[in-house]
Design a protein around this ligand. Structure first.
Ligand SMILES: [Zn+2]
Length: 88
């Protein structure tokens, strides 16, 4: 009988490339297991780099780089990140 401590692999279909390759983005300090999960392509580690306009629950496609956020109810939607650092 499986216990709930095994982390569920969450993936979404990418609106950009159509592959089931959208995974959660982990912001902040990763725990040990996170590195293994990233190696398996289950998550993306973003480290502590925060742009200031990150969604609460970011997700990203490991195939094409499509970026979005996870909404309540398990859906995802695209998020346009501002990479314009010299603008106001
Ligand atoms: Zn994609």
């Amino acid at each position: 009988m499986k216990r709930a401590n095994a982390k569920r692999v969450e993936r979404w279909t990418c609106p950009g490339c159509g592959l089931d390759a959208v995974v959660p983005v982990i912001i902040g300090l990763p725990i040990d297991d996170d590195f293994e999960r990233e190696a398996r392509g289950e998550i993306i580690l973003a480290g502590c780099i925060v742009f200031g306009d990150e969604p609460d629950r970011p997700v990203q496609c490991v195939e094409c780089g499509w970026y979005g956020e996870r909404l309540r109810g398990g859906k995802i939607r695209e998020v346009i990140r501002s990479t314009d650092f010299d603008g106001e």
